[in-house]
Design a protein around this ligand. Structure first.
Ligand code: AKG
Length: 396
């Protein structure tokens, strides 16, 4: 089966085959019958496995033989029998990246009509004990990673329609635009340093530095997930940023309708959970940027014995993507560890990176990313045909 670069979808629920979704299969129905209980607690065996990884330091983690590390340079071959899935390579990646960057082969801005060439063909892996979970090490080239960070953290964070955890407790003021084109100002601009965040209740006031260094934990794009009630609110959500939507949909078989941008400082974690609030069982896509992390995914076995759980700790680096589909769509997962000092050197200086103008404009935050991991976690909320899905034979 060859993997077609897809904006199409397929209906898949837990327990279905681990075959890769293709553009030919169509979505129908919702996940009402297949989604697990939103209130179920993770099995103890998975929680204790997660806690073990939380306690390891980076040296211990480097020695772990159960850690799935798909870095092509790594010598570790793990007990997971990592399988290379050449037949599942996304096609049209160069075009997807060019379109996202709006550049041609020479790197000139021209609307992205021509392709660029990738230095190395990408790889896709699957672990034998996690059917439906695909790992794409180093999928995003450096310029795509930088541009994605710019869009998420300069532009999308500055859009008042996008809620963050900080909005729950503070009135959030927005930076002034600094450009004639009306492009929003960035929270990383020096002019944002004096913004005042008044607490809604008993919290102490914070400033922009504290917002960016410590307080900001998540941003929502598209469907604005309500964390307290574990639902997507009724009503029309803000538009999903079209360039990021295009990038995700060009590469992965899903519609990008909602995303959570998770921000971690080493020492911060994300506890074991399942994502079950979406109304369909389409794949989840997770993209890592900045510092490395250990991600744990687990499928429940027939009983609660640890040996019957299918658990995989996976090392994720900047530019890696993970797709959770089929049986792994509703896998338990979490992030027990974000590794300190493990941001690639070339990216550490973000946001003071690239043009001389950027280096000057964001110099106060030069090196901010050295102590951060950013995860873009994209979901499809509703079953439904994609925007450019081809009609099937027999369709009305
Ligand atoms: O940070 C990650 O790699 C995973 C994030 C995640 O699981 C989530 O947002 O639901």
């Amino acid at each position: 089966m060859s993997y077609v670069s897809a904006r199409g979808q397929v209906e898949r629920g837990p327990g279905e085959s681990d075959e890769r979704p293709t553009k030919r299969a169509r979505v129908s129905g919702s996940n009402a019958e297949t989604a697990p209980d939103a209130h179920a607690k993770p099995p103890d065996a998975i929680k204790s496995f997660y806690k073990r990884y939380q306690r390891y330091d980076k040296y211990e983690i480097a020695r772990r033989l159960d850690l799935a590390d798909c870095d092509v340079n790594s010598k570790t071959f793990t007990k997971h029998l990592v399988k290379q899935c050449t037949e599942d390579l996304p096609t049209g990646l160069e075009t997807a990246f060019s379109r996202f960057l709006g550049t041609n082969l020479a790197g000139d801005a021209d609307g992205g009509s021509d392709d660029r060439r990738l230095e190395k063909p990408p790889t896709v892996y699957q672990l034998h004990n996690m059917p439906g979970l695909f790992i794409y090490p180093n999928l995003l080239p450096q310029d795509v990673q930088i541009s994605l960070l710019d869009k998420l953290l300069h532009r999308d964070l500055s859009n008042p329609e996008h809620q963050t955890n900080v909005h729950l407790h503070f009135n959030v003021p927005y930076p002034q635009s600094t450009s004639d084109s009306g492009e929003p100002g960035s929270f990383f601009d020096s002019s944002a340093a004096t913004l005042e965040y008044k607490p809604k209740a008993t919290h102490s006031a914070i400033d922009t530095q504290k917002l960016l260094d410590k307080k900001l934990r998540w941003i929502t794009l598209g469907g604005q997930y309500d964390w307290s009630n574990k639902v997507y609110p009724a009503g029309t959500p803000p538009a999903f940023p079209p360039d990021i939507k295009g990038l995700v949909e060009d590469i992965f078989p899903m519609n990008a309708e909602a995303a959570i941008v998770n921000l971690y400082t080493p020492g911060e974690t994300l506890s074991v959970h399942r994502d079950v609030s979406e109304e369909c069982a389409q794949p989840l896509v997770s993209i890592s940027l900045g510092c490395e992390a250990v991600f744990i995914a687990a499928l429940e076995g027939a009983d609660s014995k640890a040996s019957n759980q299918r658990i995989a700790p996976i090392r994720l680096r900047s530019g890696d993507a993970v797709l959770m589909s089929g049986e792994s769509r509703y896998a338990w997962h979490g992030v027990p560890k974000v590794l300190p000092d493990m941001c690639p050197e070339w990216l550490q200086v973000w946001p003071a990176i690239g043009s001389e103008e950027n280096k000057e404009r964001f110099k106060a935050y030069k090196g901010w990313l050295k102590g951060k991991r950013i995860n873009l976690n994209v979901r499809q909320m509703f079953a439904g045909a994609g925007p450019d899905d081809e009609p099937e034979v027999g369709d009305a």
